[in-house]
Design a protein around this ligand. Structure first.
Ligand code: NAD
Length: 432
């Protein structure tokens, strides 16, 4: 029997060791992985194998700008682990993208795909640009050039990117086209495409929808009514906006949402539909008609039951964790809570629904899109959402069960399950 790991019963994560106040993103993701590694009693060699990516690619993305000057941007693709299938992970266009961040996000994808049991490994990509400062044609050039420059490590059965912050279905269409012009028509090379090009019903809304499914499952599990809760959401882009929309439909009161420009607040509940219309076409919340417009980060410390960070990483950290009033935090963004803040919030019994569970709806529907592309057989929205709910609920139920059995946090349980699946694949394939 290859699967030799002995699980430790009633393991309590070394509660006495307080994580450093400040860590890089890659150190943070390794911190959470190493907690699971202790639980699973992994060897130092295995920890070393999985705390580093399999491959990191850094490419130049040179573009002729509209003013005719050539500008060189930096692009990355990091493949963390392919133990369970082709590498999978989004591509981010953001000014803060660097190798450390992409490395951390690639590792998160490995645990996320394993936790929700889709047959993929983990990867991430990005280009260090501020999309808001570029024209549509400059963005198109960047998308095409970046994708061509990383294309030799991609493939429908090798590495399949998707959208993330600053990219969308149009970006995926350009990337698919750039790849197709070199290797032949390959819709399965990216997910999150427009439906007209082989995208899946339900993909655009899937991450926000999944956040709400996980919250629903959690409130059922603890016998409370989700509709009674007041909610604040940081980030009003793809994930934050869909999460707000579905929570609103369930009757929850959304008291605040924020974007890069401001927080808008109404303790009696915001009109989400009106806000959605107001930010269409790239308008910022600071220019909305709301009466109570606060500074950008105010959203994090407002009075509410549930806080949903749905923007960037590291926003809840040593400087602000003790200002948070919410008793439940849902990590719709990737890595929004640093290990130091996570440790302290756990110590005051704040419930944290971790990123690898809470925002996994996107990668699950990406998996459905990929299978539809391979089979050339299309699913209805009802089929997509039914399967999505089942996979998310299975993963959530498993997390609650492991959390309860081992008396650990939900994040520790989620990592335990994800890392265990990756280890099993590595053992069966003869790597360890
Ligand atoms: P997006 O680009 O559509 O929206 C990002 C939102 O965050 C915008 O409203 C922007 O104004 C806001 N924002 C940016 N910087 C901010 C700051 N410093 N403070 C407050 N708000 C800020 O991106 P998205 O696709 O919604 O992704 C959001 C998060 O969700 C990211 O962490 C991403 O990795 C994660 N995620 C996305 C998907 C997906 O399918 N899109 C899947 C899983 C995880």
């Amino acid at each position: 029997m290859l699967f030799l790991i002995q699980y430790v019963k009633d393991f309590t994560i070394s509660k006495s060791i307080i994580p450093a106040e400040s860590m890089s993103f890659a150190e943070s993701s390794n911190y959470f992985f190493k907690q699971a590694a202790k639980l699973l009693e992994l060897s130092e060699d295995t920890i070393s194998l999985l705390s580093q990516p399999y491959r990191e690619l850094h490419v130049q993305v040179p573009i002729k700008m509209q003013n005719n000057q050539t500008k060189v941007f930096q692009g990355y693709r990091v493949q963390h682990s392919g133990a369970r299938g082709p590498y999978k992970g989004g591509i981010r266009f953001h000014q803060e993208v660097d190798l450390d961040e992409v490395r951390a996000l690639a590792q998160l994808m490995t645990w996320k795909t394993a936790l929700v049991n889709v047959p993929f490994g983990g990867a991430k990509g990005g280009v260090s640009i501020d999309p808001s400062t570029l024209s549509e044609s400059e963005l198109e050039d960047i998308a095409r050039t970046y994708f061509q420059n990383i294309s030799h490590i991609l493939g429908v059965k090798r590495d399949v990117p998707a959208p993330d912050m600053g990219t969308n279905e149009q970006t995926m269409a350009w990337m698919m086209d750039a790849y197709g012009s070199k290797f032949g028509h390959s819709p399965g090379i990216v997910t999150g495409k427009p439906i007209a090009l082989g995208g899946s019903e339900g993909r655009t809304a899937a991450t926000g929808y999944g956040v709400v499914m996980i919250l629903k499952n959690y409130y059922k599990h603890v016998n409370k009514d989700l509709a009674d809760q007041s909610i604040a959401i940081q980030g009003f882009g793809n994930v934050g906006m869909y999460a707000a929309k579905y929570l609103n439909e369930l009757g929850c009161k959304i008291v605040a949402v924020s974007d890069v420009s401001a927080t808008v607040h109404n303790e009696n509940g915001l009109n989400i539909e009106s806000l959605e219309n107001q930010v269409a076409n790239g308008n910022l919340l600071k220019n909305s008609n709301e009466k109570n417009i606060l500074e950008r980060d105010a959203v994090l410390s407002l009075n509410c039951d549930i806080l949903i960070p749905a923007a960037i990483g590291g926003v809840i950290n040593s400087s602000n964790w003790d200002n948070i009033q919410a008793s439940v935090i849902v990590e719709a963004a990737n890595a929004p809570i640093t290990p130091f803040a996570d440790y302290n919030l756990n110590s005051i019994d704040t419930v944290i629904l971790p990123d690898i569970l809470a925002n996994a709806g996107g990668v699950i529907v990406s998996y459905f899109e990929w299978t539809q592309n391979i089979q050339q057989h299309w699913w209805s929205l009802e089929e997509v959402n039914k399967e999505l709910e089942k996979m998310l609920n299975d993963a959530a139920d498993e997390c609650w069960q492991v959390q309860n059995e081992k008396q650990i946090t939900i994040r520790e349980a989620a990592y335990f399950i994800g890392v265990r699946r990756v280890i099993e694949a590595l053992e069966l394939r003869g790597f360890i």
